[in-house]
Design a protein around this ligand. Structure first.
Ligand SMILES: [Zn+2]
Length: 313
């Protein structure tokens, strides 16, 4: 059976529509870039909301509230539960500076609202593009929410001040004029740099996870198996039976380059080990277990040949 995966264009089109025409251009560009970068990591993100007019906000605020009026109109709707504490003008959505997102199923048909490793990874990508994340708020956590406020308060915005937002998305012009412009994911760049220096990998440090980076990881893994375990594997960067059979069991307490490769690959496969440092601690074990569960293999938190096969195969 052919497995159909949602197309990037579908996610971008839906996201663009959901953000509305009142969205700030830099917020919009950054949101779409977030969808793209997440997609490259196999995480399917869709933007569910962006700009909301004051009337739309009044309608939301009126849900579950008795006798709520705005602009001379009654917006009270007791048939629905309370959804927000933000009155019109008290949400960055009202100024086109905020978006909400969720994860969609691989086939693109269902919204998944579970705040898991993929969800957090999407937030990290958003943050690398200049968004602040509602999941980092100390009091009420708003996990789908990302905004770019430019440091302005609601009252400043209400008074008409608009932020000067600087896009971190590389346009063709940006690339031409400012070669130092930072694009791509910083953690992925750091992994790519390590693969280059440690294993002489011939890859670009571009912050994107593609087939070349994956090959370089496998080659690094093979190098370590030969060095540490006396295996005699061709360093071809291709996952084959010999490499699989030579895979060690890597578990909590392990240290070194194989653990580093494990952590890096987990991260790139959407399971953040919270530290890519070559030290197999609790964060790595949680990430291994989550990955094993997602792949339907025994979730013992020990990376052995089956886990590596799912990571590299
Ligand atoms: Zn929001």
């Amino acid at each position: 059976m052919i497995k159909l995966t949602v197309k990037l264009k579908t996610l971008l089109d839906r996201s663009e529509k959901n953000m509305g025409s009142g969205i700030h251009p830099v917020v919009k560009e950054s949101a779409l870039e977030m969808v793209k970068q997440a997609y490259q990591e196999g995480i399917f993100v869709q933007i569910s909301a962006g700009y909301r007019s004051m009337e739309e906000q009044a309608k939301l605020y009126g849900q579950g509230r008795l006798g709520y009026n705005y602009g001379g109109k009654n917006y009270s709707d007791l048939s629905k539960p309370k959804v927000t504490n933000a009155m019109p003008g008290q949400s960055y959505h009202n100024y086109g500076l905020a978006i909400d997102y969720f994860i969609v199923s691989d086939d693109g048909k269902n919204a998944i609202w579970t705040v898991d490793a993929k969800w957090r990874r999407a937030a990290d990508i958003g943050k690398s593009l200049g968004f602040a994340w509602g999941g980092d708020w100390s009091s009420f956590k708003d996990y789908p929410h990302l905004d770019m406020t430019g440091g302005l308060t609601y009252s400043q915005l209400k008074a008409g001040t608009r932020p000067k937002l600087i896009s971190k998305v590389a346009s063709d012009d940006n690339v031409k004029n400012t070669p130092a412009k930072d694009t791509g994911n910083q953690t992925i760049k750091s992994i790519q740099r390590t693969l280059k220096s440690r294993y002489n990998a011939k890859i670009d440090v571009d912050g994107y996870y593609g087939p070349n980076t994956k090959k370089a990881l496998i080659k690094g893994f093979q190098t370590e198996l030969n060095k540490q375990y006396g295996a005699k594997i061709n360093l071809d960067g291709i996952w084959g039976p010999q490499t699989k059979a030579s895979s060690p069991n890597v578990r909590e307490g392990a240290k070194g380059n194989i653990t580093y490769i494990l952590q890096a690959t987990l991260y790139l496969e959407g399971r953040n080990p919270h530290g890519i440092d070559g030290i197999f601690g609790n964060g790595t074990e949680i990430a291994v277990k989550a990955f094993q569960r997602a792949k339907g293999i025994s979730a013992d938190g020990i990376a052995g040949e089956n886990t590596f096969a799912k990571l590299f195969g």
